[in-house]
Design a protein around this ligand. Structure first.
Ligand SMILES: [Zn+2]
Length: 401
């Protein structure tokens, strides 16, 4: 189950990545996502000898394998949908060139899905789970659009697990993602009153001017020193060039490092009041993904560093990133979470998306080692997650918020 073992499986891994990448799966296309789920199910069944549960929620297809029956429960989490529209294979075909593999969604995160399946297969054949641990592999179909249908499923699975390992792509240079910002999204709508801009503009209430006041107020909410960003994005107002705008609206993208900031910004957004006489204001939206804080990943990352050294891998690096993933959801229910354990490469969502092939067996071996280590280290402890993390890291601190 070491790197050499995984390297022997590299041919199979590449074939599996090709099978997944060549079945396009844009999140919004339910039929395409269902077809992709069929491919993932077939590949996984071949590797694991077990068929997955096929869970269809709001038409979106998610897959779940449960392996082993020990008391220590661990979650391997990934998604098989991508941001690439149907037809992307024509302009971005699957290719293997030297150490570089390309194709739509290869890095984010079809290679990661394959790594999870092969890591689990290695654990099975080494009998590393035994009666100590059980592993749930959850591969969802709507991560790229914010997990609207899979969120509750992910949270429920994570809540029963002692740790969640997320096979999203690593950050630059192969860094694991030990911190992800929380995400909130808002819509600010302004209602004024239309009037002819030439004949009687004074009878109007200019929604664009009100909007301008609110844009400035909102953009001042994010103190950079705390890592909070509050960014007005899509903005519209008015109807014609000679009409006082009667309505306008803008979207707000909020990123925070801790839950306190998420609550502060939420209160401030919902506390906005109109500036112009007669203007009305409506704010909708709120927190979408909670932050994955450094606390949530600390002990798993510490174990990963040791295991990487044991496997003969170069020292690991860690990164705090602004983008959210389903790792935010698993951390949000209090489950220790380590993210970015998937493929190493670059260009996610972009033309130069690629995966470094030599890293596939290394990282798959690391994932397998991490699961085996958790299974071994946690087996003697009651399976309540709250009591597990502190024991593993040897501290009495029972805070997991
Ligand atoms: Zn992803």
């Amino acid at each position: 189950m070491d790197v050499a073992w995984m390297r022997a499986a590299l041919g199979d891994m590449l074939a599996d990545v090709e099978a997944l990448v060549t079945c396009e799966s844009p999140s919004a296309d339910l039929a395409a996502v269902a077809r992709s789920a069929d491919v993932v199910a077939r590949v996984g069944t071949r590797r694991l000898g077990v068929e997955p549960d096929r869970i269809v929620l709001d038409g979106r297809t998610h897959l779940r394998w449960r392996l082993g029956d020990g008391p220590v429960r661990l979650l391997l989490l990934g998604h098989h949908d991508t941001v690439w529209p149907l037809g992307s294979l024509i302009t971005h075909p699957f290719t293997v060139d030297g150490d570089v593999l390309r194709g739509p969604g290869c890095l984010d995160m079809k290679a990661g899905v394959v790594m999870a399946l092969h890591a689990a297969a290695a654990l099975q054949s080494a009998d590393a789970l035994g009666d100590r641990a059980s592993v749930t592999i959850l591969i969802t179909g709507d991560e790229e659009i914010g997990s609207p249908s899979s969120r509750e499923l992910i949270e429920a699975e994570a809540a029963r697990c002692a740790a969640a390992l997320v096979l999203e792509a690593s950050a630059d240079g192969g860094a694991l993602k030990t911190e992800r910002k929380g995400v909130s999204v808002y819509q600010v709508r302004v209602a004024g009153r239309a009037a002819h801009a030439g004949l009687e503009p004074e009878r109007g209430i200019n929604a664009a001017v009100e909007l301008a006041h609110q844009l400035l107020a909102v953009s001042a909410l994010g103190p950079a020193d705390r890592g909070t960003t509050v960014t007005p994005t899509l903005t519209t107002a008015g109807t014609t060039t000679n009409t006082v705008p009667a309505a306008g609206e803008f979207a707000v993208d909020v990123r925070v490092r801790d839950a306190g900031e998420q609550a502060r910004v939420d209160a401030a957004l919902h506390g906005l009041r109109p500036v112009l006489d007669g203007a009305r204001l409506e704010v909708t939206g709120g927190p979408n993904r909670p932050p994955l804080s450094a606390d949530a990943s600390a002990w798993l990352y510490a174990r990963a560093e040791v295991l990487a050294a044991n496997l003969g891998l170069p020292p690991l690096t860690a990164a705090a990133v602004g983008g959210g993933s389903d790792g935010n959801l698993t951390a949000g229910v209090g489950t220790p979470t380590l993210d970015g354990l998937g493929a190493v490469g670059g260009g996610a969502h972009a033309d130069n998306e690629h995966v470094l092939i030599a890293e596939l067996p290394r990282r798959a071996a690391l994932v397998a080692a991490l699961v085996a280590d958790c299974a071994h280290g946690l087996a003697s402890v009651a399976n309540r997650a709250q009591s597990i993390a502190p024991i593993l890291v040897g501290t009495d601190d029972d805070e997991r918020q």
